[in-house]
Design a protein around this ligand. Structure first.
Ligand code: S3P
Length: 189
């Protein structure tokens, strides 16, 4: 566990996890939130709640633009709160408007090596609408290339080159957050 006095270094700041699909934002986010004793939210799960159906269904029946609209609405609502840990969908970084919300907190990019991402996603095919193409690996590479400059706007980058245990990963992310907080201590939002 992260000791409470250490966790207080974040003050009221919300942590937003960003990164490609398959980078582990939801799993890591839930554990980081538990260790920081903070509420955890996942924008994909909230979008599904609001829509009353799965993300795959939203994409198939109403299209990506509608999904992006719901995603922005959910993010806008969450950004009104403090002290949260939030896992975001991989494409949240694409809309400039979303950054106006992400900048309410501290953004952390889980920069997972492409081979690792592909290994993970190919174990679980069919879950990601944007990869439902004849050549999902090329589609993934293209998305990564296009999105990298957006992810690179994060306050904190955590490079991940190999599979590590969840507890080690939380430590790595927390150390990276602390390093950033030492450079630039947060004011209470
Ligand atoms: C998307 C990533 C997904 C989900 C949707 C679109 C993307 O979330 O929001 O399928 O554009 O990269 P994860 O990053 O949690 O897989």
């Amino acid at each position: 566990m992260i000791p409470p006095q250490e966790a207080e270094r974040l003050r009221g700041v919300t942590v937003y996890l960003i990164g490609m699909m398959g980078s582990g934002k939801s799993t890591l986010g839930a554990e980081l939130a538990a260790q920081l004793r903070r509420p955890f939210f996942d924008t994909d799960a909230l979008v599904e709640q609001v829509a009353g159906c799965s993300i795959a269904q939203i994409f198939a029946e109403q299209g990506e633009a509608h999904f992006r609209e719901l995603e922005t609405q959910v993010l806008a609502q969450l950004s009104g709160y403090t002290r949260l840990v939030i896992a975001t969908g991989g494409g949240i970084v694409l809309r400039p408007k979303n950054w106006s919300y992400l900048h309410h907190g501290l953004t952390v990019w889980l920069d997972v090596a492409p081979e690792l991402i592909w290994q993970r996603l190919s174990r679980d095919p069919g879950q990601r609408p944007l990869l439902q193409t004849p050549d999902p690996q090329t589609a993934l590479q293209r998305l990564m290339r296009e999105r990298e400059p957006f992810y690179a706007q994060a306050d904190v980058r955590v490079p991940i080159h190999s599979e590590t245990s969840l507890s080690q990963l939380v430590q790595q992310v927390w150390q990276a957050i602390c390093a950033r907080l030492r450079e630039q201590p947060p004011c209470n939002p």
